[in-house]
Write a protein that binds this ligand. Structure first.
Ligand SMILES: [Zn+2]
Length: 151
């Protein structure tokens, strides 16, 4: 039996970790050790997340590409049903993500944005739109935007 220097409880040797030298037994018990590590982990949280965000934005080691590939693989495996289930569970997050996506699409006149103007994926009867129709609708939108600017 050994007394922990932090909580003061008497515990068997098995409840103590070894130091990095693999020989010396620590003076505080496993529970106190973990509590200390958890506290350190949560205080460093913001700093650590900022580092991860910076690395992601800079795409060092291709992290952004790696994550995009992982998302693509996950989507290929789980399909659209998993996304719909997630959206049902997190309506606010889903609405925010959709707003961002549609904003991007509106700016770039992306295929999915133009396709959605022609037929809504859930509400519309039409599921397939020919590529040429999307191209025509995109041109129409460009002309309309140009005219609005000139006015
Ligand atoms: Zn303890």
């Amino acid at each position: 039996m050994k007394t922990c220097t932090v909580c003061g409880k008497e515990k068997p040797e098995g409840d103590y970790r070894l130091h990095s030298d693999k020989k010396t037994v620590m003076r505080y018990c496993n529970d106190c050790h973990l509590a200390k590590r958890r506290a350190q982990h949560s205080t460093k949280r913001e700093e650590r997340n900022a580092q991860f965000r910076a690395r992601y934005a800079a795409n060092v080691n291709g992290v952004k590409d790696k994550h995009a590939a992982a998302r693509k693989a996950k989507y290929a495996k789980q399909g659209r049903a998993a996304l719909i289930a997630w959206a049902a569970e997190n309506p606010e997050k889903a609405a925010e993500a959709n707003r961002k996506k549609m904003k991007r699409g509106r700016e770039r006149l992306s295929d999915y944005y133009v396709r959605r103007l022609l037929c809504h994926p859930e509400r519309s009867e039409v599921k397939q739109v020919p590529e040429i129709l999307i191209e025509c609708k995109r041109l129409q939108l460009m002309i309309e935007r140009e005219c609005r600017e000139k006015r």
